[in-house]
Design a protein around this ligand. Sequence first.
Ligand code: PNW
Length: 455
Amino acid sequence: MTELRFPEGFVWGAATAAYQIEGAVREDGRAPSIWDTFSRTPGKVFQGHTGDVACDHYHRYAEDVALMADLGLRAYRFSVAWPRIRPDGTGPVNPHGLDFYDRLVDALLHRGIDPIVTLYHWDLPQALEDRGGWTVRETAEHFADYALAVHQRLGDRVRTWTTLNEPWCSAYLGYGNGVHAPGRQDAGAAFRAVHHLLLGHGLAARALRAAGAEVVGITLNLADVQPADAGSAADAAAVRLVDGLQNRIFLDPLTGAGYPDDVLAHVGRIVEPDFLRDGDEKVIAAPLDLLGLNYYAPTYVAGRAGGVGSSAYPGTEGGVEFLPPVGPLTDMGWMIEPAGLTRLLERVAADYPGLPLIITENGGAFPDRNTEGTGWVADTDRVAYLDGHLRAVHEAIARGVDLRGYLVWSLLDNFEWAEGYRKRFGIVHVDYLTQRRTPKESARWYQEVISRNGL
Ligand code: PNW
């Protein structure tokens, strides 16, 4: 294969999220989040798994940072647990919660690893959910207050701040179909949540900027939506609807264009949009320095009367058919299609020009082999997945997309939300009985990619 080199200064890193790795859910003043509550609710998470211990990263962060340094990571994306910082959501800031991230940031900087902070990766304080969660406006205001508290402590050392991770998941899976915490099943609530998440982003972005944050961004899980039949008008209409619900509903208001008319009309058929207020769109359009994209798999749809639709896309029932994924698939049952990443990057760059992009998550769940005794974890499938997607990334850059970096999901095997620990995304294997970390073949491969700045 021809050698592919990446641009000078391309950011190579890995990503994680607080609830998925930290454990220590009752330590140093942390209060429950919606994921503590949800994971304790029978039937919600595979075999009742919880994040109580997870990778015990809260206690083993120093070892984990050493591992990152060994792999040569230039950047590490982690999330701050809101319930550690403001345990009851509205009361005083908990300095002990901030202490942990203080230590983590220092450890990263000591190793020359650039910290990329995510302020919200789904662990809303339960106390705020009890007051209505993301369906109420106050949560957006509390989020901005919390963001500022974190910035006050870490802002002298952290350059890059992202507000939300994947608000699509928080809103549609958390409030729409209930597959994620808080497990509500109400399409109207999902759209309320979309708006308040965006508003929270805007308020926090403004506050962070005013406090001197250098780079302010957000991470979205945009979809590469493709028609079953490229010549079909019905399929094109289905693509437009799903694209509206997953991509344009976030991208358009974030970039100053406001909510698209077709999306507003669709939402208006499901819920009275009394939560939209004058001036909100201006807040949401706070200047962005960076847009993080998470990409795993493409979405193929057809427009079909009576199509079953998807509970994850309110209002698609009866008109849209989501095509079953076709192989090869990951352990999540997600299609492996690197070309979708190139298409997505080119589309975002074309329709929302001038916005620097970074891949904040990409990776695959695969079963590991040969973990016994040898100290070697063979994950050839993951190496192939990452290699294919990095080639796709390189192609997008070659076509002119302003892509600044790539963060693999994930550094460690971890708590994969409703799937619990049975799905492994890590480039480093975690033995949950001993908490032993073993870099997989993919970690060694990635180390090589980073050191050569290329494939
Ligand atoms: C993302 N979907 O979640 C999250 O940001 C990570 O925390 C997670 O571990 C990773 O991707 C792998 O799942 C998603 O149903 C969860 O489309 C579900 C979906 C997409 C992303």
